[in-house]
Design a protein around this ligand. Structure first.
Ligand code: ADP
Ligand code: ZN
Length: 644
């Protein structure tokens, strides 16, 4: 039976107290009744949240009312609560399909620690573990069961699900079903049979992937029935984005590490050998890092992932192979040492920062050379794959172009990212990107600089590459230059005072603006075009940008969120609580965020509660966690206060 549903008033994000929620009972069919207040009670009791994030309310409503849905929220947007809270509220079984076994275990642990009975069923379990999970399911003792897609369509499991009352299917990382997504998984295709096999249950898809095409594909592949489609804003206000010219890679990496001393970060490199080189260099400087790439054995990769997950190490240097399955919520920075191959990838990779809602920084070190490196990697992968979809290469190159334009662009990064994904961005100054924070500035006299560079290309008869041209401009006394007699050129030493890195960067900027060409595969040569001549004839002005030259030791500006999120926090106490959390988590063999996330720790170190009632007010501390950890943390806080 269909009915018209009154709109519930949930407290808003910044909001009013839970108790203000109006009690509205209404019927859906004969047996489905729920109240907003009841649901909020469940959330406060188990998760300790008193307010909901944007779209969590309508997303939960769809689950409660048994209407199919597709929920698109950015990473860290709080998708899990959308199906977890209704599962607890209804005391019926919700089946959660998740792509990675490692993640499932953490989710189950997290739920159990919030006092929510949950189990997983996967191929890594022993016979007895599986038996116990199935037993819990049959007895109706588990609110949620996490399964992989293969397992879900397995006949035995299918029979089991038919015996128990499954009300809801939640498909996590639903973009894995789409070819168009960045992480297609063939086994997800089998989920299209769910709809016909369980016609009475509702199916809910969750993803952070932003493109329209993927969304449509998810709906079609899962056969969703008139789904409620909820698309949140893709902006991640807690992330500060920086795209900076890559001038001296190692030095720039060190600078980022220094800004995030003792914090957690992921450093992405384009190729395996870059990962190995950087890891070696960082280990040499006594940084505790692990490497991760697809060339390592599966044991090595597993060990690296575990070390990171359990906070034994805080830094990982990795290729894009590292990511899915990383649920560590307190990643404070993501550093790309080169440009990724699409904005979708970039969004996905930077999305791993700041999942706990606290501030985090995303730095991309960019050089014009990155375009060519990525292009040759794409072309190589096409060659190796043999027959590929003829549309693949043009589409990949288009993505690369968009990515390059983003890097070169001089508009607010938040605005650029959000508009790429088809949304409007209202804030004029985000206060959280290199452009808005004024990290870069225009190079003075850029047109004259460009004329000098281009003239040099003309003088060497358009027959040399970047390094040679840079050498001539800087007046370097090298064999090749002398052999060619290029020290005789009028352009020799014309830009003597400039660094190699700056000159290279400007040349790439000229290429990027179409004022200079780079031609050829193995040894690309610099060539002039009509636009170059216009510049040389003074008919065209040029803009070049450079990093603002800060004084030695002067740090770049922090975003407003950084300042706000540490305001009033006793940092020494925060560190103590972090140690305590790590030891509790290690003893229980769970990742630390399962105990409390960083947002909870900071709030504890800010509020410094005097008793358990006071502590219970911290969002993220529900009754089960208060019972299990409250006393221990309270003692640590009181002891710290007594000492200081
Ligand atoms: P997603 O799956 O969308 O990436 P998660 O479900 O992992 O995001 O949630 C991200 C973080 O936000 C988690 O630490 C979670 O506990 C927290 N969170 C979710 N909903 C709320 C809420 N209503 N209030 C406060 N924190 C929340
Ligand atoms: Zn901005």
């Amino acid at each position: 039976m269909l009915c018209i549903v009154p709109r519930l008033t949930f407290p808003s994000e910044c909001g009013s107290a839970m108790m203000q929620a109006r009690r509205i009972n209404f019927a859906m069919g004969s047996d489905v009744r729920w109240s907003a207040e009841g649901l909020l009670d469940v959330i406060a009791h188990h998760w300790g949240y008193r307010t909901l994030r944007p779209l969590q309310e309508p997303a939960m409503r769809a689950v409660l009312e048994g209407r199919d849905s597709l929920v698109v929220l950015p990473t860290g947007g709080g998708k899990s609560l959308c199906y977890q809270a209704p599962a607890v509220y209804f005391r019926a079984t919700t089946v959660v399909v998740s792509p990675l076994i490692a993640l499932m275990k953490d989710q189950v642990d997290s739920l159990q620690r919030c006092g929510v009975p949950a189990v997983q069923i996967d191929s890594s379990q022993s016979e007895s573990e599986r038996w116990s999970s199935e037993h819990d399911l049959r007895q109706g003792n588990a609110r949620l069961v996490f399964v992989s897609p293969e397992r879900l369509v397995n006949t035995d499991f299918y029979r089991l699900l038919q015996q128990i009352q499954v009300r809801t299917f939640a498909i996590d990382e639903a973009h894995c079903i789409s070819h168009w997504g960045h992480d297609f998984r063939p086994e997800y295709r089998q989920l299209s049979r769910l709809r016909e096999r369980f016609p009475q249950a509702s199916v809910h898809a969750y993803t952070a992937t932003a493109t329209e095409q993927v969304r449509r594909d998810i709906i079609t592949q899962l056969n969703l029935r008139h789904p409620e489609v909820l698309v949140g804003t893709f902006d991640r206000p807690n992330l500060t984005y920086r795209v900076l010219p890559r001038l001296d890679l190692f030095k720039q990496v060190e600078e980022v590490l220094a800004r995030h001393d003792g914090e957690s970060g992921i450093i992405y490199c384009p190729r395996r050998r870059d990962v190995d080189d950087l890891t070696t260099a960082l280990l040499g400087r006594k940084h505790r890092v692990v490497a991760y790439h697809a060339g390592m054995s599966s044991e090595e990769r597993h060990a690296a992932q575990e070390a990171f997950r359990t906070e034994q190490v805080d830094l990982v240097v990795a290729t894009v192979a590292f990511g899915m399955g990383i649920d560590r919520s307190n990643v404070r920075f993501v550093l790309h040492t080169a440009m990724p191959k699409s904005l979708e990838h970039y969004q996905q990779e930077t999305g791993r920062a700041g999942r706990d809602g606290l501030e985090a920084e995303c730095v991309l070190l960019f050089s014009g050379a990155d375009f060519f490196t990525q292009r040759s990697m794409i072309e190589k992968s096409v060659q190796e794959a043999g027959a590929v979809d003829p549309g693949f290469l043009p589409s990949a190159l288009k993505h690369l172009d968009d990515m390059t334009r983003y890097c070169r662009g001089a508009i607010c990064r938040h605005r650029a990212l959000v508009s790429y994904f088809g949304q409007a961005y209202a804030t004029p100054n985000c206060n959280a990107c290199d452009i808005c924070l004024g990290d870069t500035e225009e190079v003075p006299d850029a047109t004259v600089l460009a004329q000098k560079i281009l003239s040099c290309v003309a003088r060497v008869k358009e027959s040399f590459g970047i390094n040679h041209v840079v050498g001539v401009l800087r007046g370097e006394n090298t064999d090749t230059i002398r052999r060619r007699g290029h020290e005789q050129l009028t352009t020799f030493g014309l830009l003597k005072g400039q660094t190699k890195a700056d000159l290279r960067d400007w040349i790439y900027q000229l290429i990027g603006q179409g004022l200079l060409l780079q031609v050829g595969e193995e040894y690309p040569l610099l060539k002039l075009n009509e636009a170059s001549w216009q510049v040389m004839r003074g008919q065209r002005k040029v803009r070049l940008i450079q990093l603002v030259r800060r004084k030695q030791g002067e740090k770049p500006l922090l975003s407003r969120t950084v300042e706000a999120s540490w305001e009033g926090v006793d940092q020494e106490l925060f560190e103590k609580l972090r140690q305590l959390r790590r030891s509790l988590a290690n003893a229980a063999r769970v990742p630390p965020y399962v105990v409390f996330n960083d947002a909870v720790l900071r709030q504890l170190a800010r509020l410094r509660p005097r008793n358990l009632t006071h502590m219970r007010q911290v969002p993220g501390i529900g009754d089960a966690k208060l019972r299990d950890y409250g006393k221990t943390f309270l003692e640590a806080i009181l002891e710290h206060d007594a000492r200081s």
